[in-house]
Design a binder for this molecule. Structure first.
Ligand SMILES: [Zn+2]
Ligand SMILES: [Zn+2]
Length: 284
């Protein structure tokens, strides 16, 4: 994906509407954008290892309906099989596939839960680094596609079984970081998921100040640094959303300690009558 196209995606994102999805399916405004993007990816090369991938066995349709598409569209068999999916959750709070001392130590969180598609193992770390720091923007649709099964499961459960409405939002970057990187991966993931699953996407948060790179901080200074990091954005669509008593799913790339999600949820819940939960590509 080129920078121009990311900008175009963000433009579409701003125009996505509030939750009409409860009454009828919206026309998907992102479809032409992603169709064009994918038609440029027609060559049969794996996005990750650049090996040749097999021909797609079934006729591939852009919006695949209830079934998640095979990642063979992008990956060779080897790379697809190496994905460390979280198939079984051991911690109901943070969605980790392993025993979880984090959540035992800190039982009070502003978010209801978090769910992630994959374990953040060294391979996934490498894939994300290719995207974020080496400018391989074409990996974004792959990551988003990896999140579709878990997002669909959650949305079905909330909307169909529990009668809730679902709104997607995302962790914002500070203005400085956004300018430096040129895009916000969480915003793009949310836009893709909203478009693919017909869920409304709203910008609900601003990042108040530039916080230092989190990976260099220990747990305590990280929690402290995040306090007050987000302010609530008065989205135009807010009243419509509030009427539906929504469940707000906060999209981010990686869940590490949960402190970012916690702070974002605290601000959202403080300003809206809603529940908030995390939807992340990977669980560290
Ligand atoms: Zn490969
Ligand atoms: Zn946990």
């Amino acid at each position: 994906m080129k920078h121009m196209e990311q900008k175009e995606l963000l433009k579409h994102l701003k125009h996505l509407n509030p939750p009409k999805h409860l009454e009828h399916r919206q026309e998907n405004k992102l479809e032409p954008f992603f169709s064009r993007l994918f038609s440029e990816q027609g060559e049969r090369i794996c996005l990750i290892c650049h090996g040749e991938r097999e021909r797609e066995p079934i006729e591939w349709k852009f919006w695949p309906g209830p079934k998640a598409p095979s990642l063979r569209r992008w990956l060779c068999t080897g790379c697809e099989q190496a994905i460390p999916w979280i198939r079984q959750i051991r911690c109901a709070r943070c969605g980790r596939g392993a025993a979880c001392p984090d959540c035992m130590r800190q039982p009070q969180r502003a978010f209801a839960w978090n769910r992630s598609a994959v374990h953040y193992d060294p391979l996934m770390r490498e894939w994300l680094a290719q995207y974020k720091f080496r400018g391989r923007e074409r990996l974004l649709p792959l990551f988003a596609e990896m999140m579709i099964p878990v997002t669909r499961t959650i949305a079905d459960e909330l909307i169909t079984a529990r009668g809730r409405s679902v709104v997607l939002t995302y962790i914002p970057l500070s203005r400085e970081r956004q300018a430096e990187r040129g895009f916000n991966q969480s915003e793009l993931l949310a836009a893709y998921l909203g478009g693919a699953l017909d869920l409304p996407v709203c910008s609900l948060l601003h990042r108040r100040h530039h916080t230092e790179k989190q990976s260099y901080k220990n747990r305590r200074s990280r929690l402290h640094a995040l306090h007050g990091a987000f302010s609530f954005a008065q989205a135009n669509e807010l009243r419509v959303i509030q009427d539906h008593r929504p469940f707000v799913l906060i999209v981010d790339d990686v869940y590490t300690t949960g402190s970012t999600l916690d702070e974002a949820s605290r601000v959202i819940r403080g300003n809206m009558a809603c529940d908030a939960a995390g939807l992340t590509w990977a669980r560290a």
